[in-house]
Design a protein. Sequence first.
Length: 412
Amino acid sequence: MDHCNTSDLLSLEQALTKMLSQVTPMQATEVVPLTHAAGRITASAITSPIAVPPFANSAMDGYAVRCNELSSGLPLPVAGKAFAGAPFKATWPANTCIRIMTGAPIPAGADAVIMQEQAVISEQGVTFNGNVHIGQNTRLAGEDIEQGATVFPAGVKLGAAQLPLLASLGIAEVTVFRTLKVAIFSTGDELQPIGQPLGEGQIYDTNRFAVRLMLQQLGCQIIDLGVIRDDQLALRQAFEQADGVADLVISSGGVSVGEADYTKQMLEELGDIGFWKLAIKPGKPFAFGKLDHAWFCGLPGNPVSAALTFYQLVQPLIAKLSGHSEWHPPLRLKATAATKLKKSPGRLDFQRGIFSTDVNGELEVRTTGHQGSHIFSSFSQGNCFIVLEQERGSVAVGETVEIELFNSLLGG
């Protein structure tokens, strides 16, 4: 049983509301070339300098015609040709047609394009099968995007779906928010940098490595202060250094109630604590507050807890600080439990799971196995969180549960 007292713990929703209501997006902006804008957030609306398409053009290979000249049913001689990049510019005689290719400008006076599959060619000219109507197989100027129309509002993250569109409009540079500066460090005498031999009682500092990887995906500028030992003076210096250079400070470890956990004490001395205990599992000891200049998030020391709290709390916080107003929480769906899930009432539980479809095409989910907060392999094995409500107990096979699909931060 989980016998912890939850009366003084914030729910996840309360914590998110408290965090996001306090912070505001940064105001600093910069202009960057389109070639360097991947992952950046638009700081103002982007409008189109041109119409798309810029001129009426053919949607098919075929023949441009004037519909009122088709009523006689007589063959129409071909007066010329129109290609993409090489429009028909000559005088267009009456009762003739123009051979036209896809993307070519519609000749002045033409009001339809008949696809070549409907054309019958003879020595006298071209006759056409099927019905023809005005506007057939033509693309109007500005049909996709009108000149001056808003292409993207402020707050959009630019990527492979957005940047080629801006390039097609001839936009060479964009105004974006300045990259968020995030200082990170881990605390603990037991931590050893990756790649160094372990001493007695030591473990590798995987939390800072995981946080760094997620921050890179979120497009942040990372200031890595390394491992800070369990020493009050060293920790104070780390906080002061981080506060002087960053918009957000993220530490790992030291937010529990252990004898050598100084992070909470330093935060109380150097800033304000918004909260530091949550009714979630894993991840109860998560601290949020404000230093003189930067916001602060203190992640738990256990690897799964650190990753989970970053994913659920720091990720939306960074989105708001960065001005990413189009960010949405990861997708949640209903699924059937394919294995038993052990849980005690008291805290919202994020168990790592593997979702798939059964023989009927319905979603089902099974556990990755042991759910201890030190079992980081559960992330590499899983593809979702199984989100079990705060007061829910253990789950039997066949019960309906909610799952949250991993997004790109965790490989989804």
